[in-house]
Design a protein around this ligand. Structure first.
Ligand SMILES: [Fe+2]
Length: 190
């Protein structure tokens, strides 16, 4: 592991020490993103695995500040203060949904900037993140009903798309953008 990667991993542990579920999520997204990155490398794509790993570790550190749609930008702010390279900052800023356009960002009260993933590493991270959904899992322990919120890993991003359609509407730009990202990545992978 490179020094930069080690620095990213440590920063994740420090920033999210009181959010172990988000640390766990970030580790899973790292594993998924690297798996996709390696498959694309084998297919002849140029993928910077180190950048992908660092971005995966750090994409959600902004959740130490907010859980809402601004968390990607907050991740970027934290990294900018710590002098991380701009290509890492752009990755974390652009992972939310399938990205946020400048126009949508303006409406959300975010900086009027394009936050749509453009590089392959940015797209892989955003895509890998969507394989995971937090679900309520019901159980029964010695006759006692139990419920817990647990993150479930799916074998496609379809469940996330379904959730997005329910929230935003199936013709919304947010959903169309995620469908486009899914098609693009599946084309590269299959
Ligand atoms: Fe996120």
């Amino acid at each position: 592991m490179s020094t930069e990667t080690e620095r990213a991993r440590k920063l994740l542990m420090i920033k999210l020490v009181s959010h172990p579920n988000i640390i766990e999520h970030s580790l899973k997204v790292r594993r998924k993103a690297l798996e996709i990155g390696r498959r694309l490398l084998k297919r002849g794509f140029k993928v910077d695995l180190e950048l992908l790993e660092i971005g995966s570790y750090l994409h959600d550190i902004g959740r130490s500040v907010t859980q809402d749609v601004r968390h990607g930008i907050e991740s970027g702010k934290i990294l900018r203060k710590l002098n991380f390279p701009e290509r890492v900052i752009r990755m974390v800023e652009r992972h939310v949904g399938a990205g946020i356009t400048a126009e949508e960002a303006g409406k959300l009260g975010l900086p009027n900037k394009n936050f749509v993933p453009e590089t392959l590493e940015e797209k892989i991270l955003s895509y890998a993140d969507k394989f995971f959904e937090s679900e309520l899992v019901f159980g029964n322990e010695n006759g006692e009903e139990t419920v817990e919120r647990r993150e479930v890993e799916y074998d496609s991003i379809e469940p996330t798309l379904k959730k997005f359609r329910k929230i935003f509407g199936s013709k919304s730009p947010v959903v169309l953008r995620l469908e486009k990202l899914k098609d693009e990545m599946e084309n590269y992978l299959n």
